[in-house]
Design a binder for this molecule. Sequence first.
Ligand SMILES: [Zn+2]
Length: 165
Amino acid sequence: MGRTSGYRAKKADKEVVQGLRDALSRTPAYEWQHAQRLMNEIIDALGKPRGPMGGRIVPRACKVCHYFGHTKQWCPVLAKQEERKAIAEVKAEREWMRKQRARDPHAERHRNAGKHQGTLYDEIGVPWTMHPAGIGPFPCSYLGVEGGMGKWVRGADGTVKMALE
Ligand SMILES: [Zn+2]
């Protein structure tokens, strides 16, 4: 309705158009005259008029890879670049973490062990503080000190109270 041509692409024509599109996608930007010819053939094969007043639809080459047939948004070269960049970022992150661990192989283990040990002392009601040698939480009674860094504190007389009471 309303169409002047009443054209419907037949199977053979679709194959022709697909072939022309494939050829266009293999055309680099500097072969723009060839690209224009292919575009005209595609438009003819689709049975469409060549734009208003006989004007031509000008094919545009991708701004990234400089090939016709797609825009930057669908560029396989750009997609590959982005993928490589993402992989490189993950690798750099892993490398950084590896170096951090290599610099102080015990730091992370002590942090985790310390966290775990302190929580354990809290749960069983033992006041604890960090050992002055930096080897993690120890009971205040063991170190012979008052106070504590956890949920419980040790008084001067050895009594245990909840912290912040
Ligand atoms: Zn491209």
